[in-house]
Design a protein around this ligand. Structure first.
Ligand SMILES: CCCCC/C=C/C/C=C\C/C=C\CC/C=C/C(=O)SCCNC(=O)CCNC(=O)[C@H](O)C(C)(C)COP(=O)(O)OP(=O)(O)OC[C@H]1O[C@@H](n2cnc3c(N)ncnc32)[C@H](O)[C@@H]1OP(=O)(O)O
Ligand SMILES: Cc1cc2nc3c(=O)[nH]c(=O)nc-3n(C[C@H](O)[C@H](O)[C@H](O)COP(=O)(O)OP(=O)(O)OC[C@H]3O[C@@H](n4cnc5c(N)ncnc54)[C@H](O)[C@@H]3O)c2cc1C
Length: 673
């Protein structure tokens, strides 16, 4: 960790002196090994030490346009260095991936309001890598990786983001000219939202309804050039621009795009899945949802992003809570560190546990995605629905928890948490954006619920279930009897499983009852609230189940002292979860008031143990000061010095008297109204 060289606040030093495990060992786990930590530090320092970035400039005070221009300038500095480093490292694909993984953190520090090139290296490149045939790969990939072209992923339209079957952009094929003609037939068919589209990129993957031989063949991806390679002027027929100010992501350059008779060559339709013969004959893919593959990959990646945002927010909140003193607990004693207030522990400690469990889930899901993709490459698509359901469910649950936790961290910093310099606002804005992009979270939960209902029917009919939903058998096997609660970690898991299965049953029954008077679709809509609750509970089941399995493995491989910390973290996650979901649990589990009181007591005991480890864990997340970028969360804990120094940098403080005094205030004060 690049630690601040200033003297560490004595309260924080005292906390660190009490840490009873090896923080570095935790860091090595979080980043996947000592070698990876070394790489991360090297890469971080390699980029952040570059004076050309001019990181001294606080971009939050700039205008909208200046912010964008500075973000582009900084990104180019970074990407030039990226290619230099890539060559130095050996220039392999793995080297590139290593740098990009580490840039995830570094880019946030360089462009706190978003990266105007993020889609090029993510959704644009991934779609071309995964949805093209060999010829197309050979044509496009070198140009993408050399940045000779810059691209984005243009799917969402003004009228439709969720129900992508109804996208309106058309691509009509003419076998005589071997070209597609792209059109935006209505205002609502304008592309709207794609990141980096407004003024940055010159190409896009455009999702459009394919028309050939007089028939519509559904949405297909096309590579479309939007701007001239020399002048960057929009090409004929292209109406393009920035969508304007947003809640966050100010420098991501989200854009709009309309087409009027834009010609695209035959070879630009991505042909790995669906195929169009030159004469216009359409050949269906093995599974129509293969064209949704890029969204699945990104949803999987979003779990680690959520874990990192929570890790960052809890690092800020905890460090601040260990140096901030307020309100004596015993009237005659000195004011304690605010972390001594148990409510403050309740705000921050479960968040730290979530970061760890989400990281376990991200690792698990990444491996699952890899194995299901490998199966897919051999033509076996059987597990695609399972992966889709799981990635939708966890994308929703983890980003919802993320936004909630980051906001609680902000509240836990009191007034100072509301300052931009506290560093929580950009984290929150990114968290809340993630609840919407890549599939709105309610919609994602409903997709997961479809899988749950199908699995429930399968279980009722004695069919087979995938591993993650086998708990539905237990529910059906109990035949209406409630699960008996036992206060162990596996007992908590069984209780959450019973709640998830019970809620799935309620939703299923709701649909079955309504089906008598309504279509299945209407009945499903009427059961929507139950369905989303069931999917959410299922997400928690997955998190706890994977958390238990992964943490048991970790405990076997780390020192006993760190093992105890992991055990503590897992229990914190589990007890916090069951207490938060107690209403659902009571409905389906035989749990007494005494059991609940015991859980509440257990939480207090867990807090007591975690009180000494917490600072070690957040230090172990290893966010360097430039990455944490927070007056309240810096390693040295000198929050008051940081706050006043940051305030002094406000543009208003660069002069004693602002011109508005003479222009408006003084005349107003002298006017006697
Ligand atoms: C501190 C460090 C922090 C670092 C953080 C870093 C920062 C982050 C930085 C940047 C982020 C930057 C940019 C964000 C970019 C954002 C991009 C986007 O948002 S792109 C647009 C995304 N759009 C969506 O996600 C659309 C959501 N809608 C859908 O996915 C589908 O329309 C929906 C809802 C799934 C429905 O599809 P539809 O075709 O209508 O399906 P049906 O209802 O007919 O049928 C559903 C059946 O299809 C199955 N299905 C659906 N999808 C899949 C799939 N992908 N795989 C397999 N199967 C699928 C589904 O299960 C149904 O099957 P059954 O009928 O039940 O059998
Ligand atoms: C920051 C950001 C970046 C983005 N980047 C990109 C990008 O790079 N490329 C791109 O193509 N798109 C991008 N998007 C678009 C994004 O993917 C969509 O906004 C998102 O998928 C939600 O779709 P929508 O806007 O149509 O919402 P809507 O579907 O209109 O949602 C509005 C409300 O209707 C509800 N609703 C809709 N359908 C259902 C249903 N079936 N059942 C129950 N409730 C329903 C939703 O739950 C929600 O409450 C971005 C969006 C944001 C905010």
């Amino acid at each position: 960790m690049s630690k601040n060289l200033s003297i560490v606040n004595k309260d924080l030093k005292e906390e660190r002196d009490k840490i009873n495990f090896n923080v570095e060992e935790f860091t090595n786990w979080f980043y996947g090994g000592a070698e990876k930590v070394k790489e991360k530090k090297y890469i971080e320092n390699y980029f952040l030490s570059d004076k050309d970035l001019n990181l001294e400039l606080d971009t939050s005070y700039l205008s909208y346009k200046d912010k964008y221009e500075e973000a582009v300038r900084r990104s180019i500095v970074v990407y030039k260095k990226l290619y230099k480093l890539h060559n130095e490292m050996g220039g392999t694909h793995e080297d590139f991936v290593k740098i990009m993984e580490n840039l995830r953190f570094t880019m946030g520090a360089i462009n706190p309001e978003g990266n105007p090139f993020v889609l090029h290296f993510s959704m644009f490149a991934l779609t071309i890598m995964n949805m093209t045939n060999d010829e197309q790969k050979a044509e496009w990939l070198p140009r993408i990786f050399n940045c000779n072209i810059l691209g984005t992923y243009a799917q969402t339209e003004l009228g439709h983001g969720t129900y992508i079957q109804r996208l309106e952009t058309t691509a009509t094929y003419d076998p005589k000219t071997k070209e597609f003609t792209l059109n935006s037939p209505t205002l609502t068919s304008y592309k709207w939202w794609p990141g980096n589209l407004g003024h940055t990129v010159d190409h896009a993957i455009v999702m459009a309804q394919l028309y050939s031989q007089g028939k519509c063949h559904g949405i297909q991806p096309f590579i479309v050039q939007l701007r001239d390679s020399e002048t960057h002027k929009p090409l004929p027929g292209i109406d393009i621009g920035d969508i304007g100010n947003k809640v966050g992501f100010q420098t991501v350059n989200n854009g709009f795009l309309g087409f009027k008779n834009v010609k695209v060559p035959y070879k630009n339709m991505l042909m790995k899945n669906s195929k169009l013969l030159e004469d216009g004959t359409f050949i269906k893919p093995k599974n129509a949802k293969l064209n949704y593959g890029t969204m699945v990959i990104i949803r999987v990646h979003m779990i680690i992003d959520a874990a990192c945002r929570i890790a960052k927010a809890t690092t800020i909140a905890l460090r601040y809570s260990l140096v901030r003193r307020q309100s004596p607990i015993n009237p005659n004693e000195i004011e304690p560190k605010i972390i001594e207030h148990i409510t403050q522990q309740n705000k921050i400690f479960p968040g730290i546990a979530k970061a760890v469990v989400f990281k376990c889930m991200a690792d698990y899901l990444t491996k699952l995605h890899l194995s299901i993709t490998q199966e897919g490459n051999t033509g076996n698509l059987a597990r695609m629905p399972e992966l889709h359901a799981l990635s939708c469910c966890l994308k929703a649950v983890c980003t919802n928890e993320d936004a909630k936790t980051v906001e609680v961290c902000r509240l836990s910093c009191g007034g100072h948490g509301f300052l931009r310099s506290a560093g929580l606002d950009d984290v929150y804005r990114n968290s809340t954006a993630a609840q919407t992009y890549e599939g709105e979270n309610t919609v994602m939960l409903l997709q997961a619920a479809r899988f749950l209902i199908k699995s429930f029917n399968e279980a009722r009919n004695g069919g087979s279930l995938t591993e993650g939903v086998k708990y539905l058998f237990d529910f059906i096997g109990r035949n209406g009897k409630r699960e008996i609660f036992d206060n162990s970690i596996n007992g908590i898991l069984r209780a959450i499983q019973a709640a998830a299965a019970g809620r799935t049953y309620i939703a299923w029954k709701h649909i079955e009852d309504d089906k008598r008077h309504n279509s299945i679709e209407v009945a499903t809509n009427l059961a929507g609230v139950h369905l989303t609750k069931a999917a959410e509970l299922h997400g928690y089941v997955c998190l706890l189940q994977v958390g238990i399995e992964e943490i048991e493995k970790i405990i076997r491989n780390v020192s006993p002292a760190l093992g105890l910390v992991f055990k503590n973290i897992l229990e914190l996650f589990a007890v916090d979860l069951i207490l938060n979901k107690i209403g659902d649990v009571i409905q389906h589990v035989d749990i007494s008031n005494e059991d609940i009181e015991k859980l509440e007591k257990q939480m207090e005991t867990l807090f007591k143990f975690f009180r000494t480890s917490a600072i070690g864990v957040v230090d172990g997340f290893d966010f360097s000061d430039p990455i944490i970028d927070s007056t309240l969360g810096s390693y040295d804990g000198n929050v008051y010095e940081n706050l006043i120094n940051a305030a002094r940098k406000s543009p208003l403080n660069q002069e004693d008297v602002n011109r508005t005094f003479h222009l408006y205030i003084k005349p107003f004060m002298k006017s006697n109204l």
